[in-house]
Design a protein around this ligand. Structure first.
Ligand SMILES: Cc1ncc(C[n+]2csc(CCOP(=O)(O)OP(=O)(O)O)c2C)c(N)n1
Ligand SMILES: [Mg+2]
Length: 595
């Protein structure tokens, strides 16, 4: 076998005769691809065969959804492309959920989608489906190889567009087009350096910030993607402006910083909410202010309606989309922060520094104290189910995990009640450390995504937070960890229920539970049977040591599943905003009516 590390990653230069498979693989090399996730298939054997000689590691997965999530995690950690490939037809349709998730995570994932051969299209031969419409709304760019001679040209464009538009791109290849001979040149990658934005809008923003009495910055995912966290820190310090993280981007500002207030949005920081509520100017840096991330929380309607909003984003299509904007800047968030800092140098600022600083301090202390005393949920249903339970209260367990989390950790979070509550307990010093399931919100995201993260950053501790329901969807990928020696730690919150949805039954449907209770096997025993380590944790004092040991074991190549036995209590729901009490008209359904 070829040792991938030893392969010289040189790309053929100038117009050269080659096969289309070679053109595709040389394009991958030119674009810096070193890992590809997928499941083998006859459709692309001819290209796959070249991977080792090209210095590309193929990472075989259990399911194609897992492969595409891994590509997503890989790109979110590294800032590079994540690449996945599969068999035409069913292999490719298995990508769909994960590509949609990558779309909403703004990840430059490349889905290589071999398709039915051009001579068989429409005949319904085998594994045929029209693969372009399926991905049309969840990719930023679709390249269809309409002629084998264009393999390198169109493929490279897809790679360039994925970075330029920060989202998935598809390369759809009729499978017979991989064979034959062509003459082509392998294009060099195009990487565009984005500027700070328009001069006039930057001037207007600097003016508004200089005049602000209570400026607040929201640091979003765009700041992380632009590697601009340090620029955001420098601007915040110059302004003495408090900083909130946008929803699920807790790694967009260092949590130990005196100006950090914590995340906005679902199960976010009350300190952040109370501070931003006082703002007269808000600088939204690298965030589209997604509606779900700015909804009222804990009954606090925190969005400052009368504040002047300055929004900076690299994507012009998200400017002013959700909130009314005063100044819009289309630019790189890091570069924009630097340009604003330069404009503010030496200027007199209207901010009342003492007042703002004391408000930040007060709100942070109050929230920290509230969280320390918030040992369990206090609604009637939660009190009832937790009474007499020997299992752990989720909040107490999350606190123990927070304390034991290694400083270099990457943490992914799934969709579920406990994973969402974890938002209050996840703090980071470094960017590219938190990987929420983002706005596609699919259960089953966190574990395969973290495997991809670990493949990109093998030296860092890799931790996935997953509910037991979501675990059922994704634990098959333990085999990928074991077979491919990509060690991660999965923390599985076993509360024996699809909790987040059960909470809707409690709040809206008079506890008429349907399809929400889970009878689980021992997930620790399953993990062991699959060749990983597994332990069942019943008591709080074991949580921290178990996490620390599991992260240490990653250094020896070991994957560990920590099954946290939790009570069935449930925190605030996701979608109180989007549900209504049942209203029925037909007699046969009247018993379920809330009227
Ligand atoms: C793929 C997918 N299917 C269904 C849902 C709807 N859903 C949202 S949260 C949730 C329950 C999650 O349960 P679990 O993973 O056990 O976490 P818990 O809420 O119990 O903490 C479900 C089914 C979803 N978000 N994604
Ligand atoms: Mg659960």
């Amino acid at each position: 076998m070829t040792n991938i590390a030893e392969v010289k990653r040189m790309v053929v230069s100038g117009r050269t005769r080659m096969t289309p498979s070679e053109a595709l693989v040389e394009t991958l090399v030119a674009q810096g691809v070193t890992e590809v996730f997928g499941i083998v298939g006859s459709a692309y054997m001819d290209a796959l065969d070249l991977f080792p000689s090209a210095g590309i590691r193929f990472v075989p997965t259990v399911h194609e959804q897992g492969a595409a999530h891994m590509a997503d995690g890989y790109s979110r950690v590294s800032g590079r492309h994540g690449v996945c490939i599969a068999q035409n037809g069913p292999g490719i349709t298995n990508f769909v959920t994960a590509i949609a998730a990558a779309y909403w995570a703004h990840s430059p994932v490349i889905a290589l989608t071999p398709e039915t051969g051009s001579l068989g299209v429409g005949l319904g031969g085998f594994q045929e489906t029209d693969q372009l419409p399926i991905f049309s709304k969840i990719t930023k760019f679709q390249a269809h190889i309409n002629n084998a001679a264009r393999m390198a040209e169109l493929s490279s464009r897809a790679f360039d567009r994925a970075i330029l538009d920060m989202g998935p791109a598809q390369i759809n290849i009729p499978r017979d087009f991989l064979y034959g001979e062509i003459e082509c040149e392998i294009p060099q990658p195009i990487r565009i350096e984005r500027g700070a934005g328009g001069e006039k809008s930057l001037d207007a923003a600097a003016e508004a910030l200089a005049q602000a009495k209570f400026p607040v910055i929201i640091s979003g995912g765009g700041v992380v993607m632009a590697d601009g966290v340090q620029d955001c820190v420098a601007l915040a310090e110059a302004l003495e402006a408090p900083v909130c993280n946008s929803y699920l981007h807790n790694d967009s500002f260092p949590a130990s910083h005196r100006l950090w207030c914590g995340p906005l949005g679902y199960h976010g920081s009350k300190a952040a909410m109370r501070v931003i509520a006082k703002a007269d100017v808000v600088l939204a840096l690298g965030t589209r202010l997604g509606p779900f991330g700015v909804l009222p929380q804990y009954g606090i309607d925190y969005w400052p309606q009368n504040a002047k909003l300055i929004q900076v984003d690299a994507d012009p299509r998200v400017l002013g989309l959700v909130k009314k904007v005063g100044v819009t800047i289309c630019g790189d968030p890091g570069a924009a922060a630097r340009a604003l800092l330069a404009r503010l140098k030496g200027r007199k600022l209207a901010i009342n520094k003492e007042m703002v600083a004391s408000e930040v301090k007060k709100q942070k202390a109050a929230w920290s104290e509230e969280l320390s005393g918030w040992d369990h949920e206090k609604d009637a249903w939660s009190l009832e189910v937790a009474k007499g339970s020997s299992y752990m209260h989720p909040r107490q367990m999350l606190r123990e995990l927070e304390r034991a989390m290694p400083a270099d950790a990457m943490v992914s979070t799934d969709i579920g009640n406990i994973c969402q509550i974890a938002n209050s307990y996840l703090k980071f010093e470094k960017p590219r450390s938190m990987f929420g399931a983002m706005m596609f919100g699919n259960c089953g995201y966190a574990f395969p995504t973290m495997i991809g993260c670990k493949a990109a950053a093998p030296g860092r501790s890799a931790v996935a937070y997953v509910g037991d329901g979501a675990w059922g969807m994704s634990f098959g990928e333990i085999l990928t960890c074991v077979r491919e020696k990509i060690p991660v730690t999965a923390v599985v919150f076993n509360n024996q229920q699809w909790g987040a949805e059960k909470k809707n039954h409690v709040d809206f449907y008079s506890n008429r539970f349907l399809g929400v209770n889970l009878e689980n096997p021992s997930f620790a025993a399953i993990a062991k049977a699959m060749g990983a380590e597994g332990s069942t944790i019943n008591s709080l004092s074991d949580v921290g040591p178990a996490l620390r040991d599991a992260c240490k074991a990653q250094k020896e190549g070991k994957t560990t599943i920590l099954e946290m036995m939790c009570t069935r209590e449930l925190g605030d729901p996701f979608r109180r905003d989007a549900l209504k009490k049942p209203h029925r008209l037909l007699e046969k359904y009247k018993s379920t009516s809330a009227d």
